[in-house]
Design a protein around this ligand. Structure first.
Ligand SMILES: [Zn+2]
Ligand SMILES: [Zn+2]
Length: 320
């Protein structure tokens, strides 16, 4: 484990702050701990976002919110970026929390957009970082195309405002949606997606540059486990044969938009294919209509989390 941690932090070209931050933390990160001090088992939420993607809280505010919510283990799952991982790991450790380093990669299965979660990834791994630079560029290109569609519809939105909404991080449709709300074009983020930005709507531009198989392979290359996020939202279970063939490791069974029926459907599916089970709140900060989720709701069962931890441990052992 320690040898793996050393290799992880000693990769060339990795900036000093990251190295110093991660060196003492990594072995702990890969060593999930069970803390039943409150007598109720662990509260685990493996799906939270920060300002590095479209969340509203920066790592410091997020860690405070996690603490206040009584969540002891949280998984960082920013869209297509690992930028918040070093700082969040350090702050979580200082606060006595466990942070699982992760990512949520947008990818396509045919014309359908899926989100693939990667857990326990090495954020410095070369193929992953090159891949993320490419997707960042593609996000900018796509945003410009959507803005010109809106412009052609008589809704001029300056690119600089959308980039500012993204705090110059990974720009995406939720940022544009918030700017549309600010301009009074729509009343809320949901309406922005329904009228303009959702798949098939007039300002929508697909980004079919990453396939689900590529996303899974990049996550595996970075030493992580690949989990399909909130499959109930896509509602395309016919994608599973391809996801499984690409080496999918798990299903996000617990998600605010999964009702009881979906939870049991995906628990059964996971059981049938010996897949891991994850879950979390998809927390983006304060409720804003589109992301009304609350930290720790739903939370993942401790037994499912321990299986995930065990899977990553044995994968690292085999990789040595
Ligand atoms: Zn998602
Ligand atoms: Zn998410």
């Amino acid at each position: 484990m320690l040898r793996a941690a050393r290799e992880f932090v000693m990769k060339p070209g990795f900036h000093t702050r990251f190295r110093l931050t991660l060196r003492p933390l990594l072995s702990k990160v890969l060593e999930p701990r069970v803390n039943r001090s409150n007598g109720n088992g662990m509260r685990i939420d493996l799906h939270v976002h920060t300002t590095a993607s479209d969340g509203l809280l920066d790592p410091g505010a997020l860690v405070r919110a996690v603490t206040e919510a009584g969540v002891q283990v949280f998984g960082l799952a920013d869209h297509d970026t690992v930028d918040a991982i070093p700082e969040t790991l350090a702050l979580a450790e200082a606060a006595g929390l466990q942070c699982v380093p992760g990512i949520e990669i947008s990818a396509y299965w045919g014309a359908i957009e899926f989100h693939i979660l990667g857990y326990y990834i090495d954020p410095a791994e070369g193929t992953l970082t090159t891949f993320l630079q490419g997707t960042r560029k593609a996000r900018h290109t796509r945003m410009r195309a959507m803005l010109s569609r809106l412009g052609a519809m008589g809704i001029p939105i300056p690119e600089a405002e959308v980039l500012a909404a993204a705090r110059n991080g990974n720009v995406g449709r939720p940022h544009l949606a918030r700017v549309l709300v600010e301009h009074g074009v729509v009343d809320g983020v949901d309406e922005a997606f329904e009228r303009y930005l959702g798949a098939g709507r007039p300002a929508y531009v697909p980004r079919p540059d990453v396939t689900v198989a590529q996303a899974i392979s990049v996550i595996h290359g970075a030493g992580g486990l690949a989990v399909v996020a909130h499959p109930g939202l896509q509602n395309r279970d016919d994608a599973f044969p391809d996801l499984l063939a690409a080496g999918l490791d798990g299903i996000e069974v617990y998600h605010p938009k999964h009702n009881y029926g979906l939870v049991s459907r995906y628990r059964r599916l996971a059981g049938r294919h010996q897949l891991l089970i994850t879950g979390g709140s998809d927390f983006h900060g304060v409720p804003d209509g589109d992301h009304a989720s609350m930290l720790g709701r739903p939370c993942l069962h401790e037994a499912d989390f321990l299986k995930l931890a065990e899977a990553i441990r044995s994968r690292r052992e085999t990789a040595k």
